[in-house]
Design a protein around this ligand. Structure first.
Ligand code: F0G
Length: 460
């Protein structure tokens, strides 16, 4: 089976030993963590698939670049290096660094909220993006193509916008009440699913028709470019960098959590095509929120590593292996009858827990039950993306029902091998076989906001 999947395009120069625990130990550790995997210590986890954000391995070239970091407050040489790479990749005129993606969001998004209650429309807002839209006084509406909710059905671009609905939403609310359109590449929240260039062009046409800003939330823009090359007609012969440029050419502003396709452990980017006014606004806000414009929350050595990592993220062999790891894990699970969001996306496999545990109602958190069972079974840490994460209706206080109940198995970059993924798959298969024994959870402690991070649960 492994023969269909790209082998590692690197060799391993340094290793970190992993600690194994017993099932009995894990039962105690999970209880102590309040049945919430965010409360576990990472050393008590064998394979950590909580996130692909800042959890990857840097290359030897990145490590050597670190040594060249210029830690000057103003005018750091490392800033200019990074700026050159960002401008080359995006084709944009302006660049500002940020400490991570949400820092970039906090700096830039309020610019577009000219009056309270204006709407951002996205294929799907990531949690922090939604939070910054709301903190800025705006409202976040998702407008993804319905096909993404049909987990069984193959579609090459399940991250696409529903363009018809996008236009209807703009007309319904009135274009003067729309702050901007946010194109999330890839669509993280529904499975790391890509958006086709045809669809991106459709969004651009609508933005032009109604004179609206086009914002790229491009944490995984390079994975998106890879899927376009592999799946969209007319792109098979193009370089990933050329496809990426085509994506950027459609946008006005690019916000990036560099902890993903930047292949670094911390960092963020703000790049602006040509809007001087927006650039000045961001630069002014950057100083009190993130730092002086030539470091913006990053150290010189971080900027050096990112300048190298951005290029490595656009390497075809790197992306082929990266996305093949997700495909490999996804295919192993599917072959065993485990329901997943199909096809698997770029950074993770999303296990469809609504179908694994239909006997657990949404407000007893079926996906959390699967996540916890997997930790006990195999010392693998996945994460719930469902009703536990979604929270409550601020008006009624009722638990909101998520359209999907996922366990996300997120793959850190260049960190685990196919053998590790076999271990993960075996664990999930066991949990799936014993699915009738899964039980839901209720709260022992529930924080008022972003509850999933610090809540404590009790099994029913
Ligand atoms: N946008 C997207 C699409 C993301 O996936 C993330 C982070 C952010 C913005 C925010 O960036 O974490 O650097 O502040 N996603 C991580 C995840 C946390 O686990 O999916 P950040």
């Amino acid at each position: 089976m492994k023969n269909d999947f790209a082998p590692e395009p690197y060799r391993i120069k340094m290793v970190e030993p992993l600690r194994r625990t017993t099932r009995e130990e894990r039962l105690v550790l999970l209880k102590e963590a309040g049945y919430n995997i965010f409360g576990l210590k990472s050393e008590d986890v064998y394979i950590d698939m909580l996130t692909d954000s800042g959890t990857g391995a840097m290359s030897d070239r990145q490590w050597s670049a670190l040594m060249q970091g210029d830690e000057a407050y103003a005018g750091s040489r490392s800033f200019y290096k990074l700026e050159t790479v960002v401008k080359e990749i995006t084709g944009y005129e302006h660049f500002l660094p940020a400490h991570q993606g949400r820092g970039a969001e906090q700096v830039a998004l309020p610019y577009f909220v000219k009056k309270k209650g204006m709407y951002f429309i996205s294929n799907m807002h990531f949690d922090t993006t939604r939070a910054h839209v709301e903190l800025a006084g705006g409202r976040a509406v998702d407008c993804v193509d319905e096909v993404c909710f049909d987990t069984e059905r193959y579609h090459p671009f399940k991250g696409n916008f529903d363009l018809e609905r996008l236009e209807t939403l703009i007309l319904e609310h009135g274009k003067e009440n729309i702050a901007g359109i946010i194109v999330t590449l890839t669509n993280n929240s529904a499975g790391g699913q890509p958006v086709s260039l045809e669809n991106q062009r459709g969004v651009r046409e609508i933005c032009d028709r109604y004179d609206l800003p086009y914002i790229i939330d491009g944490a995984r823009y390079a994975e998106n470019a890879y899927f376009i090359k592999m799946r969209e007609e007319g792109y098979a012969e193009k370089e990933l960098s050329a496809i990426a440029k085509e994506q950027f050419a459609l946008g006005d502003l690019f916000l990036m959590s560099a902890k993903k396709d930047g292949l670094v452990n911390i960092g963020g980017l703000i790049a602006i095509k040509d809007d001087e006014d927006l650039f000045r606004y961001c630069r002014t806000r950057l100083v009190p929120l993130e730092g002086f414009p030539t470091y913006g929350g990053m150290s010189g050595r971080d900027m050096e590593a990112l300048a190298v990592g951005l290029k490595e993220g656009l390497d075809f062999e790197y992306q082929r292996h990266r996305t093949d790891q997700a495909r490999y894990l996804g295919e192993s699970l599917r072959a065993a009858g485990v329901p997943i969001q199909y096809p698997p996306g770029g950074h993770a496999v999303f296990v469809d827990c609504k179908r694994i545990a239909p006997h657990i109602p949404y407000d007893r958190f079926p996906a959390q039950a699967v996540v916890n069972a997997l930790y006990v079974e195999a010392a693998v840490r996945g994460v719930e993306i469902g009703s536990f994460l979604l929270g409550r209706d601020p008006d009624t206080g009722e638990n909101l029902e998520s359209p999907m109940e996922f366990m996300r198995l997120t793959i850190p970059r260049r960190t685990y091998t196919y053998a590790h993924l076999d271990h993960v798959a075996e664990g999930v298969k066991k949990v799936h076989e014993n699915r009738d024994a899964l039980r839901g959870y209720t709260f022992e402690y529930e924080p008022p906001v972003l509850r999933h991070f610090t809540a404590r649960l009790r099994p029913l």
